[in-house]
Design a protein around this ligand. Structure first.
Ligand SMILES: Cc1cc2nc3c(=O)[nH]c(=O)nc-3n(C[C@H](O)[C@H](O)[C@H](O)COP(=O)(O)OP(=O)(O)OC[C@H]3O[C@@H](n4cnc5c(N)ncnc54)[C@H](O)[C@@H]3O)c2cc1C
Ligand code: SF4
Length: 330
């Protein structure tokens, strides 16, 4: 393993300034993703190996959960997934987020992995994580998944690169209309998670709008509107300890079984968490039952363009939409 400098940040401003100083500096939070990347020496012209790691766990007051019925939920970016999942405020007011936070990996990884790191983790494409594949995402000029092993890749919105976004919490946060608080060289700013993730056509080398010297500091979730229900579901190949083949987060206001308004977000199907706006339109104003939910699923998946080995994901996605939507009225 190559050596690197290790820097302990004292404040968000300090971390931002240090990032600005070194081109190949990288933030480390729990380290569960970043250290694997460094250990495997994954690199390429578009993915230089970090030679400075900036530890943000040393910044005070960055791990917290504050809930207030008026202001909603505030999560410090350094809050571990376990802490989020076990919070009674999260469980009671945002059950979809609590389930999403307990879904990744194993208890030991959730005990160190932070909510900020879960949102910012890099994709899991095996060519990207393999040292000998200089693909587009590493700054190369080829996507190995197109003619190679693509069973876990995108069925929606893939072009140039066909990764799927790996985070379980990201779809849940988008379904709940959450916002990212970000610190950068010009101070703090807010970015709705709806606009946070970017696909390969926008920039194949990264997955979010954040610049090199910007850091996610806090996640803000508005208070749930009256009659809101939320759910997160995930289908995996292995029973435990596995990334989503397909996941779904739904948050909706439902009165007497009728969908007033809401969001449906899929994970594991596209390079970004996929907001299924066609499903949302099909559900609006309807009394929810299996037929209505199936129509919403079909309206969404009609846009799917599966690759040679992943058409099975289309059926999983349809079924999980029906299951998640109908679960809100059962
Ligand atoms: C075996 C295994 C199975 C897994 N299964 C799942 C799964 O099923 N579902 C799932 O969602 N995840 C899964 N994960 C991923 C895991 O949840 C993440 O590794 C973890 O959440 C990352 O958090 P961390 O704090 O350790 O991040 P780190 O490893 O410290 O950082 C991850 C990335 O985010 C950047 N970063 C971290 N914090 C910030 C911040 N505040 N602002 C800007 N950038 C930041 C880092 O620079 C790095 O690029 C799995 C991981 C492993 C190893
Ligand atoms: S899907 Fe993306 S990350 Fe995977 S090989 Fe193709 S370009 Fe690289």
């Amino acid at each position: 393993m190559r050596s690197f400098k290790y820097y302990t940040a004292t404040s968000w401003e300090d971390a931002v300034a240090t990032l600005g100083k070194y081109k190949n500096a990288q933030i480390v939070a729990g380290g569960s993703d970043v250290l694997g990347w460094i250990k495997d020496e994954l690199t390429g012209p578009g993915a230089p190996l970090a030679d400075v790691l900036i530890d943000i766990r040393t910044i005070p007051n960055t791990s917290y959960i504050n809930y207030d019925a008026t202001a909603g939920l505030k999560l410090g970016a350094l809050t571990t997934l376990t802490t989020v999942a076990e919070s009674s405020d999260v469980q009671k007011n945002y059950p979809g987020l609590a389930t999403a936070a307990v879904s990744p990996a194993s208890p030991s990884i959730r005990n160190v992995g932070t909510i900020g790191g879960n949102i910012m983790q890099r994709p899991r494409c095996w060519y990207l994580r393999g040292a000998n594949f200089p693909c587009y995402k590493k700054g190369g000029d080829f996507c190995f998944s197109v003619t190679g092993e693509n069973q876990y890749h995108a069925i929606l919105q893939g072009e140039l690169c066909y990764i799927v976004h790996p985070s379980d919490t990201a779809p849940a946060l988008i379904s709940l209309n959450a916002t990212a608080n970000v610190m950068g060289p010009n101070g703090a700013k807010q970015i709705p998670f709806d606009q946070f993730f970017i696909g390969p056509r926008t920039n194949v080398l990264k997955e979010t709008v954040l610049e090199h010297n910007e850091i996610l500091t806090e996640i803000v979730v508005p208070p749930p509107a009256a009659n809101t229900k939320s759910v997160f579901m995930k289908v995996t190949q292995r029973g435990v300890y596995d990334f989503a083949l397909v996941s779904i987060a739904v948050a909706a206001q439902i009165v007497n079984g009728v969908w007033q308004d809401g969001r449906v977000v899929l994970g594991g199907v596209a390079p970004t968490p996929y907001r299924a706006t066609d499903a949302e339109a099909a559900l609006k104003g309807k009394k929810i039952d299996a037929n209505v939910a199936l129509q919403a699923a079909q309206d969404t998946l009609v846009k799917a363009r599966p690759m040679s080995q992943n058409a099975y994901k289309v059926d999983i996605a349809k079924n999980i939409i029906v299951q998640a939507v109908t679960s809100l009225v059962s």
